[in-house]
Design a protein around this ligand. Structure first.
Ligand code: FE2
Length: 155
C-alpha cells in the first residue's frame, strides 16, 4: 500500500500532536487534584509519555518538511471531547475524567493506525498507542481497586 500523501500525513501527525498536548494539560490538572503520592507519580510518568509523543511526532513532521504544532487547538480541548479536571474534583472524579480522556486517546491512536504511514511514522504511532493502552489499563485498575483509599505501600 502506497504511503499517504505527504501533506495529509503532516496534517494527521499534527492532529495527534494536538491531542497529546491536550493530554499533557489534562494530566497537569489531574496531578494537581489527586492527593495520593503513589498515584501522582504514575500520572507524572504518563504525562511524560505524552510529552515524548509530542517530541517524536514533531521530529517526523520536520523530517517530512512540515511544521509541527506548538500547542493544542484553541478550542480543541472541548471539541475533541476531553473532559476537564476541575477544582471540584477529588481523587475518584479526577481519575474518572482521565479514564474518559484516555479512552479518547486510545480510540484516536487506534484509528490513526488504519492509515498507510511510512515505516518510521508507523513505528512511533504503534509505540504511542501501546503507551495509551498501558495508561488506560492502569487508570481502570486504580478505579476498580479504589487505590486512593489504600494505605501507602511499604517500600
Ligand atoms: Fe495517555
Amino acid at each position: 500500500m502506497a504511503a499517504m500523501d505527504l501533506n495529509r500525513m503532516i496534517e494527521r501527525l499534527n492532529a495527534l500532536i494536538a491531542l497529546d498536548y491536550d493530554a499533557v494539560g489534562a494530566y497537569a490538572a489531574a496531578i494537581h487534584r489527586i492527593d495520593v503520592e503513589s498515584l501522582r507519580m504514575r500520572l507524572r510518568e504518563f504525562q511524560q509519555d505524552h510529552v515524548r509523543h509530542i517530541q517524536d511526532l514533531s521530529r517526523v513532521v520536520m523530517d517530512l518538511g512540515g511544521t509541527p504544532r506548538q500547542k493544542p487547538d484553541a478550542m480543541g480541548f472541548i471539541l475533541k471531547g476531553f473532559t476537564a479536571v476541575t477544582s471540584m474534583m477529588g481523587n475518584e472524579a479526577a481519575l474518572q475524567a482521565m479514564r474518559g480522556n484516555e479512552v479518547l486517546t486510545n480510540h484516536t491512536y487506534r484509528m490513526a493506525l488504519d492509515e498507510s504511514w511510512s515505516d518510521e511514522a508507523r513505528a512511533i504511532i504503534e509505540r504511542n498507542f501501546s503507551d495509551e493502552q498501558r495508561h488506560l489499563a492502569f487508570i481502570e485498575d486504580a478505579l476498580r481497586n479504589r487505590s486512593w483509599e489504600q494505605l501507602p505501600m511499604q517500600p
